[in-house]
Design a protein around this ligand. Structure first.
Ligand code: CO8
Length: 257
């Protein structure tokens, strides 16, 4: 499919999506988000792709929603657009999404990063929710996912001041997984994606789903969900292969069946 605002590639079981509006710091207009979600869904269906990397460029992962696009729109127009419905589809992607972020990760950019399952950040990343400075507030999960990720007090400070935090501080708060020099963040994400792509795909997807349930469900229900996933995976061919390979002291070959 031809896209205008994203680039796509695939290699060795991983799909790579690059946000591509570099002149305006990958500001997220409606079309870009539509393209991004369409490609995530396509990669989710592609049996040759087992993990997805989402990235921008060294200067900006994304500096937020496109302010030009929303500056003139009325509240009713924006409500009728229902633009966050497409964002909600991102959380239905079953394959793991690894964010490789650098530079500005602001507003909708931070919300997009928080939609990723694992995040590798460059040392230059500055991460925040500056919506308050524009007279609004986050609309795609900024108050909810940030609070779950960093805790109430830190989220309050970030959201009420609009000031970003450094990659190192984000690491301390568990908002990103690793911080590496800017020359290395993409390679690090690629290495990790390949490692995950070599795992049994059904188990990968079941684990992703179960971990996200920990945000939504009370503990008892989450435990039930986990246990049913465990039983289901016992019926997979990859389970037979994984255990047989262990007993035969060889590397397993997982097929996703
Ligand atoms: N939207 C549109 N254009 C942008 C955006 C943006 N979010 N961010 C940067 N740009 C453009 C600039 O206008 C500039 O364009 P031009 O060269 O044509 O003047 C170009 O990118 C480069 O930017 P700067 O010259 O400003 O670069 P600096 O290095 O000086 O500053 C900053 C970088 C600090 C990132 C600065 O650009 C900035 O503050 N950007 C805005 C950040 C922001 O406020 N993001 C939040 C947006 S709101 C949001 O994401 C959620 C809204 C939820 C409600 C949605 C309702 C529809």
């Amino acid at each position: 499919m031809a896209y205008e605002y994203i680039l796509t590639a695939s290699e060795d079981g991983i799909g790579i999506i690059t946000l591509n509006r570099p002149k305006i710091l990958n500001a997220l207009n409606l079309q870009l988000v539509d393209e991004l979600v369409a490609e995530l869904e396509r990669m989710d269906r592609d049996p040759d792709i087992r993990a997805i990397i989402l990235t921008g460029n060294d200067k900006a992962f994304a500096a937020g929603a496109d302010i030009n696009e929303m500056a003139e729109a009325s509240a009713i127009e924006i409500m009728k657009r229902d633009q966050f419905a497409v964002w909600d589809r991102m959380s239905l992607i079953s394959k793991p999404i690894i964010g490789a972020v650098s530079g500005f990760v602001l507003g909708g950019g931070c919300e997009l990063m928080m939609n990723c399952d694992i995040v590798i950040a460059s040392e230059t990343a500055v991460i925040g929710q500056p919506e308050i400075k524009l007279g609004v507030m986050p609309g795609a999960g900024g108050t909810q996912r940030l609070t779950r990720a960093v805790g109430l007090r830190k989220a309050m400070e970030m959201l009420l001041t609009g000031e970003p935090i450094s990659a190192k501080e984000a690491l301390r708060y568990g908002l990103v997984n690793r911080v590496v020099p800017v020359e290395a963040y993409f390679q690090e994400a690629r290495k990790l994606a390949k490692q995950i792509a070599a795992q049994p795909p059904l188990a990968v997807q079941m684990i992703k789903k179960a971990v996200h349930k920990a945000d939504d469900l009370p503990l008892g229900e989450g435990m039930d969900y986990e246990r049913n996933g465990f039983y289901l995976l016992l019926a997979s061919e990859d389970r037979k292969e994984g255990m047989q390979a262990f007993l035969e002291k060889r590397k397993p070959r997982f097929t996703g069946k």
